[in-house]
Design a protein around this ligand. Structure first.
Ligand SMILES: Nc1ncnc2c1ncn2[C@@H]1O[C@H](COP(=O)(O)OP(=O)(O)OP(=O)(O)O)[C@@H](O)[C@H]1O
Ligand SMILES: [Mg+2]
Length: 290
């Protein structure tokens, strides 16, 4: 297997220029529940902010877990993602500061109703894309936390995202559902958003000691290696070298309203998400000679 490909991947920059500002919008997506999407959205965003980048997080899940993670209190006077999707409020006008360099576009359970309202509209797949075009966010990164489904909320996210990170849990059902997810991504890329690429696969809740975990990682690597020359949005996807190990501190942090860096900066979880942010930022640097 071409290990060098993983160490020195070709630079695949999928970023959008809005008013002279380069914004990289990344969707954290997997229709499977409980694989680590929200944990990754929160802690990757915090790690990017710690690395000096400004980041806005978008809570596209009606469960509102990302908003709860940051202890966001419902304020009926402040617009949320529901208002973006149902009432054409600009996404940028929903952002609330939650930490230094870190902003949140919050959600409540109302967001589930937005999906029904969207279904009635001819432009239902493109509301978020239009909202970004009208009033772009001014942060370096937008990180979308998607719901565990491939409904209209996810399609709207894919229609505006530049890149996708797919969190997977390394067990024997890991690949189940991946084919359907990739097919959806391909359809969106072909019909709604030609710039869309899969940046990479992230293994979450990785158990270092199990043979099964290592075997699944190899199987997924082989699958993406075999797609290198295909004309698909995942042709240049990497399996991140950084894996997120199972770490109880990551599960505890949200109940204290803290990111892993605030809760336990020395934990494996903090270390893993810092390495992931570093690996991701390296993707935007010029290609190193191999
Ligand atoms: N690396 C990890 N180690 C231990 N626990 C983790 C880890 N990552 C996530 N968890 C825990 O696993 C559960 C599911 O994680 P998370 O909420 O991030 O998944 P999700 O994909 O967003 O779920 P959903 O599909 O419901 O939105 C949570 O309780 C979370 O705290
Ligand atoms: Mg979630």
């Amino acid at each position: 297997m071409g290990l060098t490909l993983f160490l020195f991947p070709a630079c695949t920059c999928a970023q959008t220029l809005y008013n002279q500002q380069i914004v990289t919008a990344i969707a954290i997506i997997n229709q499977k529940g409980g694989v680590g999407k929200t944990t990754t959205a929160a802690n990757l965003s915090a790690a990017l902010a710690a690395a000096g980048k400004s980041v806005c997080m978008a809570d596209l899940d009606p469960q509102g877990h990302l908003s709860l993670y940051f202890g966001h209190e419902v304020d009926h006077n402040h617009a949320t993602l529901y208002d973006v999707l149902a009432d054409d409020v600009a996404f940028a006008d929903t952002l609330v500061p939650v930490r230094d360099k870190l902003f949140l576009s919050p959600s409540t359970t109302d967001l589930a109703a937005a999906e029904t309202i969207l279904a009635e509209r001819d432009d239902r797949n493109l509301i978020l894309q239009k909202s970004f075009a009208l009033k772009p966010p001014t942060q370096d990164f937008v990180i979308f936390d998607c719901p565990p489904s491939l409904g209209l909320l996810t399609i709207n996210t894919l229609s505006v995202a530049d890149e996708i990170i797919i969190p997977l849990q390394p067990h024997f059902l890991a690949l189940q559902g991946l084919a359907k997810l990739l097919k959806t991504i391909e359809l969106v890329q072909q019909h709604l958003n030609p710039k869309l690429i899969v940046r990479g696969i992230l293994f979450c809740m990785y158990e270092t000691v199990t043979r099964l975990g290592r075997d699944v990682v190899e199987e997924v690597r082989d699958f993406f290696e075999a797609s290198r020359n295909d004309d698909t949005p995942w042709a240049k996807a990497r399996v991140f070298q950084s894996v997120i190990r199972r770490n109880i501190r990551l599960a505890e942090a949200p109940s204290h309203g803290k990111t892993i860096f605030e809760y336990d900066a020395k934990s494996n979880g903090a270390n893993d998400y810092a390495l992931l942010a570093n690996e991701l930022l390296n993707c935007y640097r010029p290609t190193e000679p191999s």
